[in-house]
Design a protein around this ligand. Structure first.
Ligand code: PXL
Length: 275
């Protein structure tokens, strides 16, 4: 049976991130993906002065109707939230869909800094929400914010994974890590086991990479693929999308041509899991 998932994130029209990447990736990995837009932006906030409208009132109306037309979902994937007032609705949704697997990507910042559009109050609220997650997907900046420790003095990744997992009683996928050879990848802690996957680093900062990564992981985990394979699938997909990139990195990774291979690789993993 096909899995159904609600994802709560912004719709940023220009610059591949959030719903613009979650919808195609989750769909191509056989999830019925139901979007709940948390904000409408002309472009993500890496561009100068985007139009930005939080959709808090609209989200409440959408959820009222979801309660009629969508009695059950298999997963809830919460990403970028636009304002503090959206948190009480997230609590309500988590209580309502109490059998769903809960994935939270605590989108709060990058490169050691909080995003300017994410207030300190919203950050604290997102951290509180993470206590209700089954899986969280922080990058190093978000790990520092979640643990309230300085970004410049972070412990090693295994210690960080344990601190996050202990604090939030959840599985953790820590993204944007580099190893001693300059490769980039992710570590995970799930059911007491650790996992990691790395690929060659492609120089440049590509907004939306964390959203692409989390979307592949969410699809894989929800469908019972083992965590090691999920991390390898996600890092491989990102690398293949990034390796031939040229141009303005604010527009994000050109992942579109790689969806076909992603889908085929995923099917092979699913078949292996079922045999
Ligand atoms: O990819 C994270 C993200 C999501 N949504 C918006 C953003 C960003 C990062 O800058 O600006 C609107």
């Amino acid at each position: 049976m096909q899995n159904t998932l609600i994802t709560v994130q912004d719709l940023s029209c220009v610059g591949r991130c959030s719903l613009s990447v979650a919808l195609p990736v989750l769909s191509c990995l056989d999830i019925q993906c139901i979007p709940m837009p948390s904000a409408l932006l002309s472009a993500h906030t890496g561009f100068t002065s985007p139009f930005r409208k939080p959709l808090t009132g609209e989200m409440n109306s959408i959820f009222s109707h979801f309660k009629e037309v969508l009695p059950k979902v298999d997963g809830l994937y919460i990403g970028y939230l636009a304002e503090y007032e959206q948190l009480s609705l997230m609590d309500e949704m988590l209580s309502h869909y109490d059998s769903a697997l809960i994935f939270i990507d605590p989108v709060m910042g990058d490169n050691g800094k909080r995003y300017s559009s994410i207030s300190e109050r919203l950050c604290d609220g997102i951290a509180k929400l993470c206590h209700k997650a089954d899986f969280i997907f922080p990058n190093l900046t978000e790990a520092a914010l979640l643990l309230d420790i300085p970004y410049d003095n972070l412990p090693d990744s295994d210690t960080l994974l344990n601190m996050l997992s202990d604090k939030f009683s959840s599985s953790v996928v820590l993204t944007g890590l580099t190893d001693s050879s300059g490769n980039i990848g992710a570590h995970a802690l799930h059911d007491g086991n650790t996992y990691s996957a790395y690929t060659k680093m492609v120089p440049g900062k590509f907004p939306g990479t964390g959203d692409l990564f989390a979307s592949v992981c969410v699809a894989g985990i929800l469908q019972g693929i083992d965590i090691q394979s999920v991390l390898q699938l996600a890092t491989g997909f990102i690398y293949s999308s990034a390796k031939d990139f040229s141009g303005d990195s604010r527009y994000g990774l050109p992942f579109e041509k790689k969806l076909n291979k992603l889908s085929n690789d995923f099917l092979a993993l699913k078949n292996k899991e079922n045999n």
